[in-house]
Design a protein around this ligand. Structure first.
Ligand code: MG
Length: 302
């Protein structure tokens, strides 16, 4: 495990989020009409170089892991609530519902159960997948803890099985990539370890290597996001090319680019993310520091 991959992972998440921000929620045609082709950081509903709730929540999770040393769901929930109370510029619908119930006095367990009860099956969104990479970093050396913590990190807001298993699958791949495994080994390892995951998920991920760009749906449904991120990682050998391809597809661009950005950043390292973007994206210094501290914790396990 090396620092280059850990920092590439967290910085990749933030820079991907920032590249995707201006196109969030637009169709592919709208992206083309408004921006031509997005190939750089752009002003959108936030100024160029700003990041959205994906990075905010991933860094909250990273800070909690570093502060506590392990995944403490109550601590993460408390920090998410604190962030929610500071009125961030955006927050996914599902997570907002959960945090607003927590603000009204419910525990995270009560709040998520209530939101599931009211809105299922619309609750398998990508809101926990987008923030889960720091869990793979913290537990890169401990598979059992990695799987348990990936599920738990999702349950805080997204207990839907597809959301939990998507986080576990993604982190399983990511942890191998962080440890220097090639794509094929990382992917087959995750398929083997996650053989008990819901069939709907396995069917999707199994098809990733043979999918064409036109077959992807870049929506906020967690399996769509997982598929887009794995597809971009599988098909590109260049961080920027992969992320640019995803952003110009439209849809949930900030999240798709954040999830893929983390995986590709871990694969190709910090240096694969263009330097000008690393300078321009606001949260990069915080990502660099947290990645270093997560690596130290992960090394302590071996
Ligand atoms: Mg976002």
């Amino acid at each position: 495990m090396d620092l280059e991959r850990f920092q590439g992972c967290l910085v990749g998440l933030a820079v991907g989020d920032s590249l995707g921000m201006p196109a969030e929620g637009l169709s592919q045609e709208e992206v083309a009409r408004l921006f031509g082709r997005i190939v750089d950081l752009k002003d959108g509903w936030l100024p160029a170089g700003y990041t959205t709730d994906d990075t905010a929540q991933a860094l909250i999770l990273a800070e909690s892991l570093v502060g506590r040393g392990y995944l403490d769901a109550d601590d993460v929930a408390r920090r998410l609530l604190e962030w929610y109370s500071s009125c961030p510029p955006d927050i996914g619908t599902h997570t907002r519902r959960v945090l607003s119930l927590m603000e009204a006095g419910m525990s995270w367990q009560e709040a998520t159960a209530e939101v599931e009860r009211r809105y299922q099956p619309l609750t398998a969104g990508n809101g926990s997948l987008m923030r889960c990479a720091p869990v793979a970093m913290r537990y890169a050396n401990d598979l059992a803890q990695l799987l348990e913590a990936s599920h738990l990190s999702s349950q805080i807001t997204h207990p839907h099985p597809l959301a939990c298993y998507s986080c576990a699958f993604f982190n399983c791949v990511l942890s191998r990539v962080l440890r220097g495994y090639d794509k094929f080994s990382a992917f087959s390892f995750a398929m083997e370890v996650m053989a008990h995951a819901p069939y709907e998920l396995l069917e999707r991920v199994e098809g990733v290597p043979s999918k064409s760009r036109e077959e992807l749906s870049p929506t906020g449904f967690v399996l769509d996001t997982l598929e887009c991120a794995l597809w971009a990682w599988w098909n590109f050998n260049d961080w920027a090319e992969a992320i640019i391809a995803l952003v110009n597809m439209g849809g949930d661009t900030d999240t798709n680019a954040a999830v893929a950005g983390a995986l590709l950043g871990a694969q190709y390292g910090l240096g694969s993310i263009p330097e000008k973007w690393r300078f321009q994206v606001k949260e990069v210094p915080r990502c660099l520091e947290l990645a270093e501290r997560l690596l130290a914790l992960a090394r302590g396990d071996s």
